[in-house]
Design a protein around this ligand. Structure first.
Ligand code: 4NP
Length: 155
């Protein structure tokens, strides 16, 4: 089983969107039994909450399930549990490294896997632009799946 964790700040906007989109793509690729997916936030303000209504609206628009998803905070154990830990921005990278300075996981930023002028996923909590975030997450998630399939020898 390959384990993938998406990380953002609050775990209500970007990383739950990435989790839901990636899970949807993994299912479509027939790899649901080979790849396990979760998301978490570096902050604790929204622990237990459902994704932001803007994220929920985008997922509903594209027919992507968010069933059972609730915000949680990253833990030191996550650094030992996951094979890939995928951050939305540079501050997430810095904050994660404080929680697990040493990790066996491949740690990267989501936009590292696509060619785009942006290297950080804009935070729609502040921009209000969930469509822009969805577009980036959807494209990068596809590229991430290709990378993981290749690196883990799946399919
Ligand atoms: P996210 O967005 O990191 O994409 O979930 C945010 C959600 C909440 C807050 C900041 C960013 N907040 O400050 O509460």
């Amino acid at each position: 089983m390959t384990k993938v964790l998406f990380v953002c700040l609050g775990n209500i906007c970007r990383s739950p969107m990435a989790e839901a989109v990636f899970r949807h793509q993994v299912k479509e690729a027939g790899l649901a039994d080979k790849i396990e997916i979760d998301s978490a936030g570096t902050g604790d303000w929204h622990v237990g909450e459902r994704p932001h209504k803007g994220t929920l609206a985008k997922m509903a628009e594209y027919g992507i399930s968010t069933e059972g998803m609730h915000a949680r905070q990253i833990t030191a154990e996550d650094g030992q549990t996951y094979d890939y830990i995928v951050a939305m921005d540079d501050s997430n990278m810095r904050n994660m490294m404080q929680v697990f300075p040493q990790t066996s996981a491949t740690v990267l930023r989501l936009l590292d896997v696509i060619d785009d002028a942006l290297t950080e996923v804009p935070d729609p909590y502040y921009t209000g632009d969930f469509a822009q975030t969805y577009d980036l997450v959807e494209r990068a998630s596809k590229a991430l799946l290709k990378k993981i399939i290749r690196e883990q020898g799946l399919l």
